[in-house]
Design a protein around this ligand. Structure first.
Ligand code: PHE
Length: 338
């Protein structure tokens, strides 16, 4: 019996089988229990011998089972460890993270630059009233910018803002005639253009406005030059050309020398070596007055930069549509530049 039981324990392949052996040999219906139960039928001489023997067999079986059980347990742990071990020599799985859109990067860079000059960042609505988008900026009713051809109207009086300049009017109005004002305002703008390599019906501008006592054209010049050289590098030239905007007088446009993409087939510079990146000027006295500032006491300058233009120049992008079609192959190129 002992031999038989020990052999079975030895053969048991898992804990379940060991458990079965235990039940069948040591359980209530097992042979050992039978023998011990049958003791009373034995003679008084046989009883101690058989009893001792049965107990010894039971002890041995139970000890062996315990040992086997421990062995199996240990083996199970080892197996689990082996299964769960990590092969540190395997190549890692790439972690795909997003990166900032090139337009966002440009805006953040320009914001940092102007915050460093003491400006604060302002915001205004993308759906704007005719009043702030045009009227308060000295844009008369018959101005071509008001044409349905150029603006997305929502109602007679509401439109998608065609420029970030309405934030100038809103900011001056809020200041209630007291300077200084020093803000920049990045944001989306909309015009009814047919999209091509250089036109997009949705685009972005960054508006700048400074109103204080004794603000002069030379302040504007210095600010624009500092901006251009910081963003594009000191080897870039700037060129200021006289221009016209209803809300500034005098008005100017700034070009920047264009070398990244000057050759044939280049959409950004069209081969001239210069590209216009912003409009600017001294805030028109009518605009100051209409928005609560006394032009005898205060003067100011304003500028409006095209964000896509900056990004195209900075990163050598030749088609404005890339910014809005969101092809990840395009967007991922900016990952490496972070
Ligand atoms: N709002 C003008 C535009 O969209 C740019 C500009 C801003 C010009 C501020 C002068 C002053 O073209």
């Amino acid at each position: 019996l002992r031999k038989e039981a020990l052999a079975k324990i030895e053969q048991a392949k898992d804990m379940k089988e060991v458990q079965q052996v235990r039940i069948s040999y040591l359980g209530k219906k097992g042979p050992i229990t039978d023998i011990l139960r049958g003791m009373k039928k034995l003679t008084s001489e046989e009883r101690p011998i058989i009893g001792a023997l049965a107990n010894e067999v039971r002890e041995t079986i139970s000890k062996t089972i315990e040992k086997k059980w421990a062995e199996l347990e240990q083996a199970a742990i080892q197996r689990k460890l082996a299964e769960e071990s990590i092969d540190v020599t395997l190549p890692g799985r790439p972690i795909v993270v997003g990166n900032r859109h090139p337009l966002t990067r440009v805006i953040e860079e320009v914001e940092d630059l102007f915050i460093g000059l003491g400006y604060t960042v302002a915001e205004g609505p993308e759906v704007e009233t005719d009043y702030y988008n045009f009227e308060a900026l000295n844009i008369p009713k018959d101005h071509p910018a008001r044409d349905m051809q150029d603006s997305f109207y929502i109602t007679n009086d509401l439109l998608m803002r065609t420029q970030t300049s309405p934030v100038q009017a809103r900011t001056m109005e809020k200041a209630k005639g007291k300077g200084p004002i020093k803000i920049i305002c990045p944001g989306k703008t909309f015009r009814r253009d047919n999209d091509d390599a250089t036109h997009s019906h949705q685009f972005m501008q960054i508006e700048g406005l400074v109103v204080d006592k004794n603000i002069r054209m030379s302040d504007l010049h210095g600010t624009l030059e500092f901006f251009a050289k910081t963003i594009f590098g000191h080897d870039r030239e700037i060129r200021l050309r006289p221009s016209f905007f209803p809300f500034t007088e005098p008005s100017l446009e700034m070009d920047i020398s264009c070398k990244i993409c000057g050759g044939k087939g280049c959409n950004v510079c069209k081969g001239t070596g210069w590209i216009e990146i912003l409009g600017a000027g001294m805030v028109h006295p009518n605009v100051l007055r209409m928005n609560g500032f006394d032009p005898e006491q205060y003067s100011g300058f304003a500028f409006g930069v095209g964000v896509e233009r900056i990004a195209m120049l900075k990163y050598g992008i030749d088609d404005i549509r890339h910014f809005y079609t969101n092809d990840v192959r395009f967007l991922q190129q900016f990952f490496l530049r972070d």
